[in-house]
Design a protein around this ligand. Structure first.
Ligand SMILES: Nc1ncnc2c1ncn2[C@@H]1O[C@H](COP(=O)(O)OP(=O)(O)OP(=O)(O)O)[C@@H](O)[C@H]1O
Length: 509
């Protein structure tokens, strides 16, 4: 499908083909970016969005096709070369050195001749122009995720980006940070520049983009004006067929107090390295066949709660029990042994070994149990067979279990982790932001899988910022604010406004 018509494009990609070995990830893609537009790129997991943008960002060389900038064909052989043509990419996983200051990070990759002070004052000035205030002396590690993203954006702007590519930028942001980002992007586009926004959030696309290009299996299947398109139509264009109708909640209603807790903590306190309390005297029980939603703005203790309930972070005080098994003071292996699964927030760093093949990652938590374990050894053919089955259940776009995880698309890697964890949870599952980064079809599958686990009696702690997701799935909702549970709602008495207020720290009835 060619991308023709309209004003002269600022950048044009024509007939782009990209192969990885035998696999064709892009099969002749055309994309034109016009000055002044926010252009959304939509598509199911593995459709080729990131690969296409890596071609534009100079990180992949295309096998066929050409790129035209301001009417001239160009070769973008490196990110530095792309930057010289005004193309800047903000990655899903930030490329910042956490121990360094904002200033030092801004200097990395700045034009070699420029002095540190020049590149920093330039970035600070740019930040002010676009409403992003930053302290150049602050260490990256001390910044919120939203602020870290602002540093990434400023780094690209500081290198003279005229085309800004953002890969799922709001996946890690609070709703307020997302709004600020979109205001900034609009101002950037209004100044005659262009933005490419890769996103799975349909509301974001219809609300903030001008045009949208929809990809499936390495090709463009549709182009639309974003404001004139209903979310449902976009979803159908993306996955090719109609999605099953929501709502999903199919199981029997949970009766509070009717079942043994699968996992419970009492008086749980967790401290940060500097002694500040991350969790303060927190008590929570997750019943059998119950989904407990933890609502809250990120950074209020969610990560610490998930890590304490999976043995990854020691508690300063309190107890944790799985059924009648005392896990207080236990490590990760104790929790795995007790049947507690974990979908962590930062999956790429903590849930997989990116350089290892799919099959090794699939059995990460099974290498001690049959049929994968044979005595002290792993039976690799049994492990590979198990991994193939997991790929099928997770509906991965590949069944080649020898592929390295780092070569899977972000969404496909995530499907694998989710299925692996659900599969090894015989008692409880701690799921942090489980649908983040998934396309609508995959998100639906994940929600269904969690409801099936609930039906099987597993207790689930669902940590999410997405109120729709929490309201859709939870039997009970607790709100976490500054390390404490500040309010609790049941499915029957939940009130969206009260919930939102409570997330912001306001006292509710
Ligand atoms: N370096 C690589 N080597 C081999 N295959 C790759 C590599 N990078 C991407 N792929 C494959 O190319 C396809 C497209 O991946 P890409 O990351 O572009 O998808 P995406 O549309 O961005 O998906 P998601 O929404 O899941 O992030 C996938 O099947 C992926 O496994």
């Amino acid at each position: 499908m060619t991308d023709s018509g309209g004003a002269t494009p600022r950048v044009e990609m024509r007939g782009i083909v990209k192969r990885f070995g035998q696999f064709e990830a892009l099969s002749g893609v055309d994309l034109a970016l016009r000055a002044g537009e926010v252009h959304a790129l939509l598509g199911e997991n593995g459709a080729g969005k990131t690969t296409l943008m890596k071609v534009l960002g100079g990180l992949h060389e295309p096998d066929e096709g050409e790129i035209v900038v301001a009417g001239e064909p160009v070769k973008l052989r490196s990110a530095r070369r792309a930057a010289q043509y005004g193309i800047g990419m903000v990655h899903q996983h930030f490329c910042l050195v956490k121990r360094f200051t904002v200033a030092a990070n801004l200097q990395i990759g700045a034009a070699r001749a420029s002095r540190v002070s020049d590149s920093v004052s330039n970035a600070v000035e740019l930040g002010e122009r676009y409403g992003m205030k930053l302290d150049p002396a602050a260490r990256i590690a001390d910044l919120s995720v939203g602020e870290q993203q602002a540093v990434e954006i400023l780094r690209a702007l500081g290198r003279g980006a005229e085309i800004l590519i953002l890969d799922e930028p709001t996946a890690v942001l609070t709703p307020q940070e997302s709004e600020r980002l979109f205001t900034m992007l609009r101002e950037f586009a209004d100044a005659g520049k262009a933005v490419v926004l890769i996103s799975h959030k349909l509301r974001e696309v219809t609300g903030h983009a001008d045009r949208v290009t929809i990809m499936r299996r390495g090709a463009v299947v549709a182009r639309r004006l974003a404001g004139e398109c209903a979310e449902r139509e976009l979803a159908q264009l993306m996955i090719g067929t109609g999605i099953e109708d929501l709502p999903l909640q199919t199981g029997s209603p949970f009766k509070a107090g009717s079942s043994e807790p699968q996992l419970a903590c009492a008086g749980l306190s967790v401290t940060h390295a500097d002694g500040r309390l991350a969790l303060d005297d927190l008590s929570l029980r997750i019943g059998s066949g119950e989904i407990v939603g933890v609502a809250g703005v990120a950074g209020n203790g969610q990560r610490e709660l998930a890590e304490a309930l999976t043995g990854l972070r020691p508690a300063a005080a309190g107890t944790i029990h799985a059924g009648d098994r005392d896990l207080s003071g236990g490590g990760p292996l104790d929790f795995i042994g007790a049947g507690v699964g974990h979908v962590p927030e930062d999956r790429n760093r903590t849930a997989v070994a990116p350089g290892a093949p799919i099959w090794r990652n699939a059995v990460l938590k099974r290498y001690r149990t049959r049929p994968v374990a044979r005595g002290w050894r792993v039976d690799s053919s049994a492990a590979q067979k198990f991994a193939e089955q997991l790929c099928d259940v997770a509906q991965l776009s590949t069944r080649d279990v020898h592929r390295r995880i780092r070569n899977l698309s972000g969404g496909n890697a995530q499907r694998l982790v989710l299925r692996r964890e659900i599969d090894c949870s015989s008692r409880a599952l701690i799921a942090a932001y489980p649908a983040r980064g998934l396309d609508v079809g995959a998100a639906h599958q994940v929600k269904k899988a969690m409801l099936e686990a609930r039906e099987a009696g597993i207790g689930i702690l669902l940590i999410s910022e997405d109120l729709d997701e929490i309201l859709e799935l939870s039997d009970r909702i607790v709100v976490l604010y500054e390390g404490r549970i500040v309010s609790e709602f049941t499915r029957e008495n939940v009130d969206r406004d009260q919930l939102g207020l409570s997330m912001g720290g306001a006292a509710v009835r």
